[in-house]
Design a protein around this ligand. Structure first.
Ligand code: GLU
Length: 361
């Protein structure tokens, strides 16, 4: 059976995980890189815009350092990434050059997604590279940031990038065929809604010697882009011509369908682009006013808060059970809010224009 994407797919973010790129003898698997670069070049020649989010810096750095397993301490991992990133880029450069295509390195950190100006700068850079028909290759700036090292192997980063560049599709490539239902060979073809039942299937994914990031972080990535109106495919990057096959609509891997009520660009940044610095706990009345009446968050509705933030920071808005249902930009610092929370006045804690509902009930 063929899959039909709802929109024309032109701009695609392809994430390549460590599990795919690392060779069994240590270091990078040149054959895989070459095969992927060739696919990307032929797609680019046919008018597609491909943005690559590639891991592999740590894996390649570890080999250079003579280490066979992943060290536990962050500084060693960051050092490995610093060593490996240039080796990784050199490898990409060589294979892209063979195809007479140029590529460029873009290293990002969480801060680049938190501050709107830096977010827009990153977007402009990628846009300009694509205009020049240069393939952007993005990785986390691991030497100064550790989010993906600790958790996701660039899964979440790739979702934020897809959001940033307003991609038409996110493809997460690793060494798994897709999301398995229960048995090894039973892959879910299409996921329409990421409910708890689906999320449970991701639990207990294996720990690996060199790479991080399992199905849990992949589903989190899928969830971010689904909200942004972007479909996502999780598939095995070692399958021949995998990207081409996905774009042809072949039923391969797991496809996560986008939500219909897609958020506008700035709201997407509020909801999923930036990292939250704290939580504001609100009462039931405020929750209802935000969810059903489209109101701003006012001081009397705030019952508690968590974390340290300053005015202008992104915060998560949670109900009394600490379940997040909205995000927004706080007008007050956590210190100020502590002193005024619950007050009767009409002080506006988060203006409606700076607030987005993330979970409608
Ligand atoms: N950004 C990292 C890399 O490129 C992520 C992978 C990891 O944590 O192993 O190596």
């Amino acid at each position: 059976m063929r899959r039909q994407f709802q929109h024309k797919i032109k701009r695609i973010v392809v994430k390549i995980g460590t599990s795919m790129l690392a060779s069994s003898h240590g270091g990078l698997d040149n054959r895989i890189i070459e095969e992927l670069v060739n696919q990307i070049c032929s797609l680019a020649a046919s008018g597609k815009q491909i943005i690559l989010v590639s891991s592999g810096a740590i894996a390649s750095g570890l080999a250079e350092m003579g280490l066979k397993t992943r060290p536990q301490d962050l500084s060693s991992l960051q050092a490995a990434a610093s060593i490996g990133q240039s080796i990784l880029m050199q490898r990409y450069n060589d294979y892209f050059k063979k195809n007479k295509v140029s590529c460029a390195q873009v290293l990002l950190t969480w801060e680049d997604f938190c501050q709107r100006q830096r977010y827009l700068n990153a977007r402009n850079t990628v846009d300009r590279l694509l205009e020049y028909k240069i393939i952007p290759i993005i990785n986390e700036n691991d030497a100064v940031s550790t989010d993906e090292i600790k958790f996701g192997d660039n899964d979440k980063l790739s979702a934020l990038v897809a959001n940033l560049v307003e991609a038409d599709l996110l493809i997460l490539l690793s060494d798994v065929e897709g999301l398995y239902r229960t048995k090894k060979d039973d892959i879910i073809s299409v996921v329409e809604e990421l409910n708890d039942e689906i999320k449970k299937l991701a639990k207990g994914t294996d720990k690996k010697l060199i790479s991080r990031g399992g199905m849990i972080s992949k589903l989190e990535a899928a969830e971010i882009v689904m909200h942004a109106g972007i479909p996502c495919v999780i598939a095995n990057g070692k399958t021949k011509d995998i990207i081409v096959k996905i774009l042809e609509g072949q039923e391969i891997g797991t496809l996560f369908l986008p939500k219909k009520d897609k958020l506008v660009a700035r709201d997407r940044w509020i909801a999923f682009g930036a990292k939250t610095k704290g939580k504001i706990v609100v009462d039931d009345g405020a929750k209802e006013a935000l969810l059903k009446k489209g109101k701003s968050l006012l001081c009397p509705g705030v019952v508690d808060l968590d974390g340290k933030f300053v005015s202008g920071d992104m915060v998560s808005i949670v109900d009394k059970n600490h379940k997040e249902f909205a995000r927004g930009i706080s007008n007050y610092s956590s210190g100020e809010l502590k002193t005024i929370k619950g007050c009767k006045g009409k002080e506006e804690v988060i203006h409606r224009d700076n607030l987005v509902i993330t979970v409608k009930e």
